[in-house]
Design a protein around this ligand. Structure first.
Ligand SMILES: Nc1ncnc2c1ncn2[C@@H]1O[C@H](COP(=O)(O)OP(=O)(O)OP(=O)(O)O)[C@@H](O)[C@H]1O
Ligand SMILES: Nc1ncnc2c1ncn2[C@@H]1O[C@H](COP(=O)(O)OP(=O)(O)OP(=O)(O)O)[C@@H](O)[C@H]1O
Ligand SMILES: [Mg+2]
Ligand SMILES: [Mg+2]
Lengths: 250, 250
């Protein structure tokens, strides 16, 4: 049975998609079988695989609606599997608005997954229907955080949402873990906020800090992970170390 | 009657809030009377004014619900007015879900505004109910864009939404203008994408490019605009030039 990890943060642009892509690729390099799920209607993860999301006939939406099987919808790419998305995914909130157990629709389509050791879910910048579904079906949550103003503000909001989901929808949820992203040690602001985050969250923060690295931002335009695009970069080094931390038993 | 400008981009973290804050401050410095509207339930603009959004009794939600007047809800700060938000704003989508003319709820509360020359609206990273309301009530749209992968992808999506709003809800909408943000001329990626954006959008792109500048990211943690925090910085220079471009008759 796979370990299911949701990558969440309702703040925009903190690196959810970048982490989903590179963690999935790094775990694959370390020999794991990975499924990465695009759970954002904006489909940036899907586009990062050089897939024209808007032209796809079968996406995670089709699987949720029972119009296609998970197997026929998955796309294989460089040794890992992608469950793609596109704008159709915006329809689920209204279509399932009155359905009982509507917080379990993602969990239901992932239940019978076989031959996968990790499922990584990329969430949208919102704390609504889709994110709640991801929080309901995962074993653990990774929160990418940029060490800037309002990072902590957004955290309290997200933590109280996680608390509510743990209480009524997913009692097994582990304590969320924080990925410090786009860190630039020359920036006073990054250092000051990092200090506060460590003070407040201590061992919840991954030891590996993902540094600001232009190669990380460039890789998706070549439909590559950081490992394929710039294997010797700081970005590749940081993401590989992060993945080693992920698979190490805690 | 004020000029109403919506700052939109469904992509997260591109600088909508930062632009709203600093454009409002810059226009104020240039002698204009400005109201800045926080239209994001995450309330980062409100927090940037050092206001504890979650503790507010009166916010834009109260005005929309008719529970408070606009006048008593506005907060004056350094010569400009803020219409604050907090998480209550997430309620409007469901509460007005079946209301006729629900795309006009923002327009309605801004109709009788007096003694204001510019209204700047900060939108959330989504293309849903709130953004549609902002697009319906504004005269023009500014789109902050980071010159990175997927910037253009997101643009096509946003432009088709704007097209739909123009056709059926706001026929007077002007062509949107693009603010290049966080530009770093040493980055090949920024230069390459900028070239594509200029090629496709030409005169829709503001001449002023807002450069990557750490002072811009630091200023809100001191509840200051870039002008108060670092008046001699590149950030202050760029935002002031942007504001001069804004007030210049086109
Ligand atoms: N470590 C890094 N170094 C440099 N650039 C980075 C890094 N991590 C992310 N980025 C860049 O930051 C931008 C935002 O990242 P990304 O799209 O992954 O964030 P997100 O949280 O998924 O955004 P959204 O909320 O819109 O879904 C992208 O252009 C990405 O390439
Ligand atoms: N010109 C700039 N130079 C340096 N940092 C910047 C600049 N513009 C924005 N930033 C930083 O980028 C981050 C994202 O900016 P901001 O919160 O304004 O984006 P947003 O589009 O409003 O995000 P969201 O989609 O979550 O509402 C912030 O930490 C901000 O301080
Ligand atoms: Mg994303
Ligand atoms: Mg914002």
């Amino acid at each position: 049975k796979p370990q299911i990890i949701a990558i969440c943060n309702q703040k925009g642009g903190v690196g959810k998609t970048t982490c989903a892509l590179n963690i999935a690729a790094g775990l694959t390099i370390l020999g794991k079988k990975v499924l990465v799920v695009d759970f954002d209607p904006q489909a940036h993860l899907t586009y990062s695989f050089n897939i024209g999301a808007h032209d796809l006939k079968k996406t995670i939406y089709s699987v949720i609606k029972g119009e296609a099987s998970l197997q026929e919808t998955l796309i294989e790419h460089n040794g890992l599997k992608l469950l793609p998305a596109n704008l159709d995914l915006t329809l689920v909130e209204t279509e399932f608005a009155t359905a009982p157990k509507r917080e379990y629709i993602l969990k239901n389509i992932l239940t019978n997954i076989a031959d996968v050791q990790y499922v990584i879910i990329d969430c949208p910048p919102a704390s609504g229907f889709l994110t709640i579904n991801a929080l309901t079906c995962c074993h653990e949550i990774y929160i990418p955080l940029q060490m800037e103003f309002l990072a902590l503000k957004g955290m309290s909001r997200l933590l109280s949402l996680i608390g509510e989901v743990k209480k009524s929808l997913n009692k097994e949820l582990l304590v969320p873990r924080i990925i410090a992203n786009r860190f630039d040690s020359r920036k006073k602001l990054n250092n000051a906020i990092m200090e506060k985050v460590l003070e407040r969250f201590g061992r919840q923060v991954f030891n590996t800090i993902v540094r600001e690295n232009i190669a990380v931002a460039e890789a998706p335009s070549f439909a590559q992970s950081i490992f394929e695009y710039a294997p010797k970069s700081h970005g590749a080094e940081d993401y590989l170390n992060l993945c080693k931390e992920i698979i190490k038993p805690q």
